[in-house]
Design a protein around this ligand. Sequence first.
Ligand SMILES: [Zn+2]
Length: 241
Amino acid sequence: MLDRLKTLYELQNIDDQLDELEELRGDLPLSVEELQSKIKSIKDDISAKEILKKESLNKREENEMESEKLKENQKKFKAQLYQVRNNKEYDALTKEIDHSEELLKKIDAENDLLADESKKLSEEIEEVGPQLDELKDELKLKEADLKEIIKANEKEELKLRAKRTEIESQTKKPDYDAYMRIRKAKKGKAVVTIRRSACSGCHNIVPPQRQLEIRRNAKLFFCEYCGRILVSSEVADIIEV
Ligand SMILES: [Zn+2]
């Protein structure tokens, strides 16, 4: 049983050190993440606008072709006007000419609208350029800072992680699960010692009878106030030496 308690305390000890390394990074990891997501969202926005621009261009080209065809037809109709033999034919031709005229106007208007939209999209894309560059520069700096901090503690962290893996494998599964659950709930400390008769996690007094039991190192005890795992100072001393 002592080993079980020792293992848990040691696990906490290593996690404390890893937490300290994590703290050195401050808000850099979060800043980097936020910048990355901002940059991605701007880039996605630009891509979406580029696609709209391309679609607009395709549509305008299609319209131009349609326009050319209509103009050709109009030319033919106008030439035929000189060869009509009666009013009925004349009316039919002028009707065709008017109709194609209307279509041409409609296409022109649509192309003007599409060109305006395209221009607006280009301006919007251009507008975010400086902001995007600024964010990229900021990200580069923060990433470099973070990398430096990580590199400075790389060896220590690797050593701690290796040790943690080893201890984790020695920890009983239910103990480990309980440890992780409490650690998550308490944001760090899951295993604590008794200091001046109190739980060093929540500073509530541990009843003397319970203190005696804990000192026997024969069972897993949880603080009745904060739910953390309580170990005797003997366990702590073995590990810390
Ligand atoms: Zn407590």
